[in-house]
Ligand binder design. Structure first.
Ligand code: NAP
Ligand code: MG
Length: 515
């Protein structure tokens, strides 16, 4: 197989007239397709249901972007059957053949790049560049996993032993359930679905209810790429119903989940119980929330630190697991840094995502409600320095919000808010900064701005997070470049987009023949 080596896709910033115009056109074309209905896909067949899931535009919730069928227990059973049936052949495809299907899918995504971005803008309120990053990451996952799968095809080396022929090789696990969040509705769904598939597993994928249309686009692409029926089944439905059913099912072999800590813990518990008839221990991969901190000391480039803080805290309205939600500032840097952070934040434009503002709307009414209630709580726990209110305009617009004087154990300094809310904590020195940074139950991303070598080296060892960044923003991990996954209650550290990720979905078989 000859193909270009993997390199991350560049992320479009729409500065060129050409890209700008192409996006305007894609937005118009996608808008013309609003209101379409997307059935389930089970064993390659379109299946509709009585009930539907309606997906709206968070910039203007009166607009229906599209709808999907809504799977119940009967459809979940059918999807499980279809996936296991497909497994009997897909597991035996030569690895090159499977990888080619994925490489083809990546090319189709590339061809439909602007269109996919436009769906993300309308369905979940990403501005253009955030949407471009989501699509680029989806393409990256697809190519990266297609190519990394090749390295397992010849098995693992074993030590020769006299009189015997020994070998060890990898086989897939079987059928797994993929349960995805709405915040990277294309990239994360794509990565979690295609990694297990790349190495011969089959899946039933349940997207988040808020993003069923973008999810349906992925399944159109997989079909066009020639993925055989049943290998990936599209099963939108209610998480607590159909998701929970699939998790506990005795025929589910593994669960690949990204979402909240609360739901992740429920899944972990349910998956640990042996269901009647179950003959394996389920593998459970959980990528959960964060309370990510950025430390700035008195030696730092404060302009760069302020810019990175604002990008990390408010990109996609702070609705990233990697978002900076705590800014920990050493006393001597405090006034100068905060002046710049506040100034930059004041200049941010909030508006309908299709107009490509700095911040679009929050994803849903529920998100808006949660964020506003944390903002209310914050006013009791700390001092509101900026924002703190819902904005005009019909969409779920909330002003970027900064709290100062936040005690390290305040709830707004400990709980994931998942919105445009930054808690600023002032500390006497770098020692205290590191201590506060580590003093949470999460451990996903973190960052340090400093010019002191010994401080960076100390943070390298002691700042306990899965993804640590120095002197840059703490969001935007690239597939293959920064393997992604968190420590402690941020998850099982599966390191998506990392060199060992596919091993999660393989088991090793050792065979010995005595001559
Ligand atoms: P969520 O509420 O936990 O939902 C995630 C998925 O789980 C959805 O598809 C949901 O379905 C489903 N679900 C809900 N209850 C379930 C149950 N009892 N059993 C099985 N499935 C169930 O999370 P979210 O609001 O979509 O996403 C935001 C969270 O994801 C944040 O905490 C964020 O930090 C985290 N996240 C983590 C990473 C990472 O890599 N670590 C990346 C992105 C996001 P419904 O849509 O029907 O509710
Ligand atoms: Mg929506």
């Amino acid at each position: 197989m000859t193909t270009e080596p993997y390199r991350p896709e560049p992320i479009e910033t729409f500065q060129s007239k050409e890209a700008f115009e192409a996006m305007r056109q894609a937005l118009a074309e996608v808008r013309a397709q609003f209101g379409r209905h997307y059935p389930l896909i089970i064993g390659g067949e379109r299946v509709d249901t009585k009930e539907a899931i309606t997906s709206t535009n968070p910039s203007n919730p009166a607009e229906v972007v599209g709808s999907s069928a809504k799977a119940g227990i009967a459809e979940a059973d059918a999807a499980l059957d279809a996936a296991w049936r497909a497994f009997t052949t897909w597991r035996d495809w030569p690895q090159e053949h499977r990888s080619r299907v994925l490489l083809k899918a990546a090319q189709i995504m590339k061809r439909r790049q602007r269109e996919l971005e436009a769906w993300l803008v309308y369905e979940i309120g990403k501005n253009w560049t955030e949407a471009a990053a989501d699509v680029a990451e989806a393409i990256d996952f697809t190519r990266y996993y297609a190519l990394s799968a090749l390295k397992y095809k010849d098995g693992a080396p074993v030590v020769p032993y006299p009189g015997e022929d020994n070998e060890a090789f990898y086989i897939p696990l079987g059928m797994g359930v993929v349960i995805a969040p709405w915040n990277f509705p294309l990239a994360i769904l794509t990565g979690m679905t295609l990694a297990p598939i790349a190495v011969g597993n089959c899946v039933v994928a349940k997207p988040a209810e808020d993003t069923v249309v973008v999810a349906a686009k992925l399944f159109e692409i997989l079909e066009e790429a020639g993925l055989p029926p049943g290998v990936a089944n599209f099963l939108p439905g209610v998480g607590s119903e159909v998701g929970a059913y699939l998790v506990q099912h005795p025929r589910t072999r593994f669960i690949n989940f990204t979402g909240s800590l609360e739901v992740g813990l429920k899944i972990n518990e349910a998956a640990a119980r042996l269901s009647p008839g179950q003959v394996w221990i389920k593998r459970v991969f959980l990528e959960l929330g964060g309370k990510d901190a950025l430390i700035v000391d008195e030696t730092a480039d404060l302009a760069a630190a302020a810019q990175a803080t604002v990008q990390s805290a408010f990109g996609f309205q702070g609705q990233k697991c990697s978002a900076a939600s705590r800014l920990i500032v050493v006393d001597k840097a405090y006034d100068l840094l905060m002046e710049q952070v506040l100034h930059r934040t004041e200049g941010l434009i909030v508006g309908p995502a299709e107009e490509n503002p700095d911040l679009g709307p929050l994803a849903s009414a529920q998100q808006e409600q949660t964020v506003l209630s944390y903002i209310q709580l914050g006013q009791q726990e700390a001092r509101l320095a900026l924002g703190g209110r819902k904005l005009e305009g019909g969409g779920y617009f909330v002003a970027p919000t900064i709290f100062e004087g936040v005690p390290p154990h305040a709830r707004i300094a400990q709980e994931e808010i998942f919105g445009p809310v930054l808690s600023v904590i002032r500390v006497p020195d770098f020692d205290a900064a590191l201590e506060v940074a580590n003093d949470t139950r999460y451990g996903l991303t973190g960052g340090v701005f400093s010019r002191k070598r010994e401080r960076l080296e100390r943070a390298r060892r002691e700042f306990h997070v899965g993804n640590l960044y120095f002197n840059r923003k703490i969001t935007g991990a690239l597939v293959g470049v920064q393997p992604f996954g968190g420590f402690n209650l941020s998850g099982t550290d599966t390191k998506a987009g990392g060199p060992d990720y596919l091993l999660n979905f393989l088991q090793m078989k050792s065979v010995t023949e005595r001559f």
